[in-house]
Design a protein around this ligand. Structure first.
Ligand code: SME
Length: 168
């Protein structure tokens, strides 16, 4: 298993994600424990991009997200599927990109520093199993490039931990 992360200097966002994908694959492959892998993926994304908050929520009871491994400030522990950006991604089973969280009705402000957010769901057997949530302290910090690569990262998790994964 890789012990340190190689992050290219002066690279574009796309180049950084391209460099991270094989490293994420290498770090998690052969590790059977989902929580351990979610923890390392949070750390990798935090270290590479210094996002304000990056982590996961898992569906541990019907229509309820439970806080999972993350990096960043203290976070809300549970989020119903009916609430917030996370709940919206979990219930619609689609990536939600929020350029300005203050303009998103029902946004849950775990941290007042969060300005923009992206949430990617992992759907297996028709159910949202977990979501990847990233908050930035800058407005409009996420775009299609983030969506494409974060969905790929979620696909890597799905392929390893949820057999016969189908994209939403
Ligand atoms: N802002 C999220 C809540 C989770 S925290 O950002 C970690 C939301 O509206 O669902």
């Amino acid at each position: 298993m890789a012990e340190s992360l190689t992050i290219p200097a002066n690279a574009s966002k796309r180049e950084t994600y391209e460099a991270l994908l094989p490293q994420i694959d290498a770090v998690i492959s052969g590790v059977d424990d989902l929580i351990a892998n979610l923890a390392n993926i949070s750390a990798i994304l935090k270290q590479a991009f210094n996002f304000h908050w990056v982590g996961f929520y898992r569906t541990t009871s019907p229509k309820l997200l439970m806080l999972g491994p993350f990096q960043g400030p203290l976070a809300c522990v549970t989020i119903p599927f009916t609430k917030g950006v996370c709940g919206t991604a979990a219930s619609t089973q689609k990536t939600v990109l929020v350029p300005d969280v203050e303009k998103f009705p029902g946004h849950i402000a775990c941290s007042s520093l969060s300005k923009s957010e992206i949430v990617v769901p992992l759907v297996h057997n028709g159910e949202t199993q977990l979501i990847l949530d990233i908050d930035s302290d800058k407005l409009n910090d996420f775009d299609e490039t983030d969506q494409i690569y974060l969905e790929r990262i979620v696909f890597i998790i799905a392929s390893q931990h949820f057999a016969s994964h189908k994209t939403a």
